[in-house]
Design a protein around this ligand. Structure first.
Ligand code: PGA
Ligand code: ZN
Length: 430
């Protein structure tokens, strides 16, 4: 059992939802769950733009007369109607039981009937309400038996491209990771100082300093190596060492988004085969302090992924996002085939907290690292800060050290760090 249990049975008295806006100005859900003793849990539902084809499916209204079809009133009604009725029907003593009931009620393999956005909101709100009723901090309640909670290395996305920004940059995310920081607050400070140095550097070179969807800068650059040079310069200008002893770099090219129908990857006007992409990454990691590459190849390029893993997996972390979609079964298959060595963990990608915890446990059993993640569309919900801490995974990405919905997560971690000086900081050791 990976899902957290409670010490007694709780009755759900109310389950409600509201259509609110996410950070891109699109509708999403806020869900509130109330237990009989009055403990409440509220959750805001995230939403991606570069989604994997096997992700759990968001339910959107499709009514072109409202929010260009993106409204979520149907999902809101599902929460207020069918889901509320089911959860009020019996007492609950763990999250696994609630999530299993939600999955069964939906009845589809990809949660499309009630909507993964409805289900994940209810699941997150239930987790909060149960943790609160138990008098526990959410991160503490989410910590599996035998696992040590720890504060994760924050991966600040400081340059945005791909579908997250209107620039010619094909790679989606360029992150800085203060792996050498002595504590979580020192890591936040390093991230913010490098971000500020990067802004100055971009401005000095005549680049615009407008932001992409995750709060990183979105300069009119096309070549990934040009951005990497700027990052190394910004890290140095802020007074840090570039590399694992100081501030390292992580990439999420999100390669499914720039692979053509001919199977070639289109990077800065060039068309590259899978093998040429692997070679490009080998050169990049030889030249720059890149310690992690997520979705370096596309979700349907398993052979390319195996080659990439054989070539670079011994030196750096290779994280599967679109290819694994936080699905325990797909992660298990990847482990058996030697594809990647880490999984991105996104709660809405699989659709319930219990399945998310199962994905994390599957990784741990198979020796794969777990990289907890936000989505490009976010609310000020901070659930993933607690998930990253409680799971002991040691690494989290939640955007730039700027923009309220991104900073909310980092600030929640600063709160946890201040209240719990006993928690270790940094990558998981096992
Ligand atoms: P998304 O991007 O939320 O738009 O899917 C994040 C990622 O690819 O990691
Ligand atoms: Zn990704």
């Amino acid at each position: 059992m990976t899902a957290p249990a409670t010490t007694r049975t709780y009755q759900v008295t109310d389950v409600d939802a509201l259509e609110i806006l996410d950070s891109r100005g699109r509708p999403t859900l806020q869900v509130t769950v109330t237990l009989v003793e009055g403990s409440r849990g509220v959750a805001g539902v995230p939403s991606g733009a570069s989604t994997g084809s096997r992700e759990a499916v968001e339910r959107r209204d499709g009514d072109q007369g409202r929010y260009r079809g993106l409204g979520v009133l149907g999902a809101v009604s599902a929460v207020q109607g069918e889901i509320a009725e089911r959860l009020r029907g019996q007492g609950w003593h763990d999250l696994a039981g609630i999530d299993a009931a939600l999955i069964e009620l939906d009845g589809t393999p990809n949660k499309q009937r009630l909507g993964a956005n409805a289900l994940v909101g209810v699941s997150m709100a239930c987790a909060r309400a149960l943790a609160r009723a138990e008098g526990r901090e959410l991160w503490d309640w989410l910590t599996p038996p035998g696992v040590g909670p720890r504060l994760p290395v924050p991966h600040f996305n400081v340059v945005n491209g791909g579908v997250h920004a209107p620039n010619p940059l094909d790679f989606q995310e360029f992150m800085i990771a203060p792996m050498g920081a002595g504590s979580f607050p020192e890591a936040v400070r390093a991230g913010a100082e490098v971000y500020a140095a990067l802004r100055s550097l971009l401005a000095a070179k005549g680049h615009a300093t407008g932001l992409g969807d995750e709060g990183g800068f979105a300069p009119q650059l096309a070549e990934p190596e040009e951005v990497l040079e700027l990052l190394v310069a910004a890290i140095g200008a802020a007074g840090y060492v570039a590399g694992r002893d100081g501030v390292a770099i992580a990439l999420d090219p999100a390669a499914s988004e720039f692979r053509g129908t001919d199977g070639r990857y289109q990077v800065a006007g060039q068309k590259l085969t899978s093998a040429e992409m692997v070679e490009r990454y080998a050169q990049i990691t030889a030249r720059f302090p890149v310690w992690l590459i997520e979705d370096g190849l596309a979700e349907d390029d398993w052979d390319g992924w195996a080659e990439l893993t054989a070539r670079l997996g011994g030196r750096i972390q290779l994280v599967g996002d679109d290819i694994f979609v936080t699905d325990p079964a797909i992660i298990a298959e990847a482990i058996s085939r030697g594809v990647g060595n880490a999984a991105l963990i996104k709660v809405n990608q699989i659709g319930t907290v219990t399945e998310t915890l199962e994905a994390i446990a599957t990784c741990r059993r198979g020796g794969y690292a777990q990289f907890v993640s936000h989505r490009s569309g976010e609310t000020t919900d901070t659930f993933i800060a607690d998930l990253a801490t409680g799971s002991g995974c040691g690494e989290l990405k939640t955007g730039a050290p700027a923009r309220g919905e991104r900073v909310a997560k980092y600030n929640r971690l600063l709160e946890i760090a201040a209240a719990h000086p006993e928690l270790d900081y940094g990558l998981a050791t096992s």
